[in-house]
Design a protein around this ligand. Structure first.
Ligand code: OGA
Ligand code: NI
Length: 274
């Protein structure tokens, strides 16, 4: 019998051993609260009279909350829906993780973030966001979500990540000392500052720790756009008292991946020692 990945959990009654996480890394059977105050920033007037206020909201969201969602971002809703539908159809038949480099994406207005940090307009254009990686994650239904994770806890090492979630919950952030669900919001992108933004903001922004739970009945698809500095780009906080020494993104990424993707370790490694 042909087993489509979408039917996998109907066929496989318990999670195969190799996917079971060690006890201390399992999410467990807790019921996780929902973060219901994720800042939602409406970009409708970002190009016009609302810009100052939007810059302020983004700065506030990054500093006080760690991440945010955007609506009225300029990507047509029909395009978001069509893309998600195509991906669902695709993953209904197959299980893979695809990564496409150099995809021209609709560019959200990161001018607002550079302005909020007091940097010149266009600071994030060019080498700092040279690579736009479109990465699609699909997690099939899992008979035992308490024993495993779709994606283990991590910080994104890049500059900025944007996620389009499908309507199935699964994304969690470590917020106020506990894991909480970031429920999908229709037509929104979740914007997650990566570790490079933490460095460039000289520690003003942090990069949220997040992970992905699996769902017992439904497959879950997320489309992420990851802005990644070109590998040879020299990164350093444009600040008179920089917390971090200059490094290339390549150096950072290698240090990060060679040390279990431990964000604290990588950040500490590149700290200026006084
Ligand atoms: C990632 C990520 C979240 C998701 O790819 O870095 O955190 O919901 N994805 O798939
Ligand atoms: Ni991530």
């Amino acid at each position: 019998m042909e087993v489509l990945m979408s039917n996998w959990s109907n066929v496989v009654q318990s999670l195969p051993e190799k996917y079971v996480f060690p006890p201390e890394k399992r999410p467990g059977k807790d019921v996780f609260p929902v973060v219901n105050d994720v800042p939602v920033i409406d970009l409708e007037t970002a190009e016009g009279h609302g810009r100052g206020e939007i810059v302020h909201q983004i700065l506030h969201a990054c500093q006080q909350f760690g991440f945010f969602q955007v609506i009225n971002h300029g990507v047509p809703i029909s395009l978001m829906d069509d893309t998600m539908n195509v991906l669902k159809e695709f993953f209904g038949k197959l299980l893979v993780r695809i990564q496409l480099k150099w995809v021209r994406s609709y560019c959200l207005d990161f001018g607002c973030i550079s302005e909020g940090l007091g940097l010149k307009l266009g600071y994030f254009d060019g080498e700092l966001s040279k690579i736009q990686l479109l990465s699609v994650n699909h997690h099939i239904p899992c008979p035992n979500p308490s024993l495993t994770l779709g994606m283990p806890e991590h910080c994104d090492p890049n500059l900025i990540s944007m996620l389009q979630q499908c309507p199935i919950p699964g994304l969690q952030v470590f917020h106020q000392g506990q894991w909480m669900n970031v429920d999908p919001m229709p037509n929104a992108f979740v914007v997650i500052p990566g570790l490079q933004l933490k460095v460039i903001s000289n520690g003003k922004f942090s990069s949220p720790i997040h992970r992905v739970m699996t769902h017992p009945k439904e497959g879950r698809t997320t489309m992420g756009t990851f802005l990644i500095p070109s590998h040879g780009m020299l990164i350093h906080p444009p600040h008179h008292d920089p917390l971090y020494r200059a490094f290339t993104y390549q150096e950072f990424f290698t240090t990060f991946t060679k040390n279990n993707c431990d964000a604290d370790f990588a950040l500490e490694y590149f700290k200026n020692k006084t």
